[in-house]
Design a protein around this ligand. Structure first.
Ligand code: PMP
Ligand code: GLN
Length: 380
């Protein structure tokens, strides 16, 4: 049929999870925890449903949750957004990204994305009639080459999408990136979409450089986060967007005709959880750092070479000592023949570096799951 996304297939995450299930592989592919969500959250969700919080939530999100998000933002980044005019609750970061792009990108306009990047950005841009302009990150450190980004700006550039901590690499912005980003956007009308879904999963005492810390950046930004990552519940699909009032108003126009509102009981549960247990997100970095360190230690006993990880819950590994297959073929082989599922990197690129031999492993898993994977990876 003559449709709008001719080049798009099923996402690599779905494809690899299906392949893992078919072959009984240990699934370190698609990013999701295999451990429980905090008990308090389950209780709050149950209570919300029993107390009748089962009808439409306000279009913009339950007020108590928007206030909790605003207060948390101030605690974390020293900026208090207005809960009514700057915070919107949506159905996952995926919806926030879609809504933000559709709110501002017009046919023929360009959006700069930094490759490798999350796979939902480009289809959202395409559906809005825009064009994604891909600028590669450094193939090893995944640092931004700001001169290349600057060179990609044209009079048609409408938006720049950044992601820190970064999926798939785990790289993070430093203060220098923020300075370069500010410099680049100053005196332009370019909007910024900052995907910060892994904001609380940060290691080695590094500081998450949220765009919300910087007045000059946040005045043009949609900042997106996801409770799926912070509270181990990727299936609940609740996220949010913080943006200045004028941008929030535009985002809400899309949101109200996209989903209208998001799952109400979970909104009540998160409102309670954020306020009652701030230590959950405060300690999330340490929780995942222990997993990262243990997993990396174990990887030293394999022929996979781990790359550095500053944040997020993914570990990139170089498999060139094991195989010369391209990454898609390697990840299929690893799943089918060796019983461990990883995600290839090339689907995150417009054009992946030809010689790159990298795969992504998710370590948001119980020790028993990671141990089972390592036992198989040792035999490679
Ligand atoms: N952005 C990035 C970088 C992600 O990794 C994810 C989750 N895979 C999303 C956005 C989407 O988040 P959500 O599940 O809340 O829609
Ligand atoms: N964000 C998850 C990942 O990167 C996948 C989300 C999805 O399956 N759409 O693995």
């Amino acid at each position: 049929p003559d449709t709008k996304l001719p080049k798009v297939g099923t996402t690599i995450f779905t494809v690899m999870s299906q392949l893992a299930a078919e072959h009984g592989a240990v699934n370190l592919g698609q990013g999701f925890p295999d451990f429980d969500v905090p008990e308090r959250l389950i209780e709050s969700l149950n209570r919300a449903m029993r107390e009748g919080r089962n009808q439409y939530a306000p279009m913009t999100g339950v007020p108590a949750l928007r206030q909790a998000i605003a207060a948390k933002t101030q605690r974390c980044y020293g900026y208090l957004p207005d809960a009514d005019s700057e915070v919107t609750v949506v159905s996952g970061a995926s919806e926030a990204i879609f809504d933000a792009v559709h709110a501002v990108v017009r046919p023929g306009e360009e959006v700069i994305v930094l490759d490798p990047c999350y796979d939902s950005y480009e289809p959202a841009i395409d559906l809005a009639g825009g064009r994604a302009v891909h600028v590669p990150l450094d193939p090893r450190s995944f640092a931004v080459d700001w001169d290349r980004v600057r060179a990609a700006v044209t009079p048609k550039t409408r938006m720049l999408i950044v992601n820190t901590p970064h999926n798939p690499s785990g790289a993070m912005f430093g203060e220098d990136d923020i300075a370069q980003l500010s410099d680049l956007l100053r005196r332009t009308g370019i909007y910024l979409l900052s995907d910060e879904v892994y904001e609380h999963i940060v290691f080695d005492k590094l500081r998450h450089e949220s765009v919300l810390r910087y007045p000059e950046l946040r005045e043009r930004a949609f900042v997106v986060s996801s409770f799926g990552k912070t509270y181990h519940c990727t299936g609940w699909k609740i996220g949010y967007c913080i943006a200045p009032p004028a941008l929030t108003a535009e985002l809400r126009k899309v949101h109200q005709y996209n989903s209208f509102c998001s799952f109400a009981p979970a909104q009540w549960a998160f409102a309670e959880m954020i306020e009652a247990e701030p230590e959950h997100y405060e300690q999330l970095g340490a929780f995942y750092q222990a997993k990262r360190d243990r997993f990396r230690e174990q990887l030293l006993g394999t022929r996979l070479q781990p790359l550095p990880v500053a944040g997020g819950y993914f570990q990139l590994v170089d498999y060139s000592a094991i195989s010369d297959l391209d990454d898609v073929a390697f990840c299929r082989w690893l799943t089918i023949e060796k019983g461990v599922t990883a995600i290839p990197l090339s689907p995150f690129y417009e054009t992946a570096p030809a010689e790159q031999r990298l795969a992504r492993l998710c370590f948001a898993k119980n020790e028993t799951t990671l141990d089972a994977a390592i036992e198989r990876l040792r035999r490679l």
